[in-house]
Design a protein. Structure first.
Length: 362
């Protein structure tokens, strides 16, 4: 009993769930309790439960379904997996969930199942997980590019060092790393969105984004800033917001900028959620969208068309992203060389940007 208690807490959860699967208490296809219920059941934190679930998924006992929870694998075997593809990411957002669905469907006729492994944040653990996946019979690794933009090439060169499994990068490419990628081109999308706002005559534009140190945050900000600079426009630092507008200090700073005598006439947001937050703050200031301030954003969630001022948004082509990933995966598994592809999407023009300004503000 003493040696059992000395084990990490997550491993005790793993052992208990494995025993329940082996005994038939948990049957193939059955959904597990929610993460919160598992926390209460085992008396541990959510981090510990998620670590256990990742381990069980890597070993083939469980699989996740986006937005639905965790399920017992229909065909778990005690011995290592045969030939399969593996997708590694810190979590499943909308683009990755669509990729998992499409790739699974496309590879099923080839009898190449897709396994999903959730990669931890620290470098050594992520590298160790990649090595485990490579040794488990993976014929292809789909690796989501995440984390800080700084030293990106160095980190991913470390992750892939010593691996002899073909790898396809997802969502973003890595500069100077000769590995093919299916890229969701956030920089190009932001450039297109910003050009639309400029074409309407706006010259005083606020940027509401995400942490610029991350890959997505930096590439979206760079797309916005480089477009302004190409037009000879300045971007005051007090018109750049990188924390959620639900943060009290950031909201106060935003309101101060919007109440200035020469206030901005437009806002470009890195996400549609931030656009909704900006609209709410404008209403507290008595400013109307688009009559007083125009707003545009990347991302076109279902709620975007139902905001008080329906949102002009750039809709990423997630279907093309998933289809291209599946196509390249098939080519790689067939032993053929592939080139990186870039996916953008389309601009959806709605009311939040209004009509073109009659005069271009200085």
């Amino acid at each position: 009993m003493r040696s059992r208690q000395a084990k990490p807490l997550y491993s005790l959860i793993v052992e208990d769930i494995v025993q329940k699967i082996a005994s038939g208490a948990l049957k193939p296809g059955e959904k597990l309790a929610s993460e919160r219920m598992l926390c209460d059941q085992y008396g541990v934190s959510q981090i510990t439960v998620r670590r256990a679930l990742r381990e069980l998924a890597l070993d083939g006992y469980l699989y996740p379904r986006h937005g639905l929870g965790w399920f017992v694998n229909e065909r778990h075997e005690a011995e290592p997996f045969g030939r399969h593809a593996a997708l590694l990411a810190s979590g499943l957002d909308a683009p990755l969930a669509e990729i998992v669905r499409r790739v699974s469907e496309e590879l099923m006729p080839q009898q190449v199942p897709l396994r999903v492994a959730f990669a931890p944040d620290d470098l050594a653990s992520r590298k160790n997980l990649l090595d485990q996946v490579a040794a488990s019979g993976a014929a292809l690794i789909l690796l989501a590019v995440e984390g800080e933009e700084r030293s990106l090439a160095k980190r991913y060169a470390y992750f892939l060092s010593g691996l002899d499994v073909p790898t396809l990068l997802l969502l973003r490419d890595v500069p100077d790393l000769p590995v093919p990628a299916v890229v969701l081109d956030e920089q190009a999308a932001m450039e297109r969105l910003t050009h639309h706002v400029l074409d309407l005559g706006h010259r005083r534009i606020v940027y509401v984004g995400t942490d610029p140190s991350t890959t997505a945050g930096w590439r979206r900000y760079r797309g916005f800033a480089s477009t302004l600079w190409a037009e000879g426009l300045e971007l005051p630092l007090d018109w750049v917001f990188s924390a959620p507008l639900t943060d009290r200090a950031e909201a106060a700073r935003f309101c101060q900028a919007m109440e200035a005598p020469q206030r901005p006439t437009a806002i470009v947001c890195a996400t549609d959620t931030q656009a909704a937050q900006a609209m709410a703050l404008l209403r507290t200031l008595g400013l109307r969208c688009p009559h007083d301030v125009a707003i545009a954003a990347l991302g076109d969630s279902p709620f975007a068309a139902w905001l008080p001022s329906p949102l002009t948004a750039f809709r990423f082509d997630l279907e093309a992203l998933a289809a291209q990933t599946a196509a390249l995966a098939r080519e790689i598994l067939a032993g053929r060389a592939v080139q990186s592809v870039r996916i953008t999407g389309e601009l959806i023009v709605r009311e939040s940007c209004g009509a073109a300004l009659k005069g271009r503000p200085s």
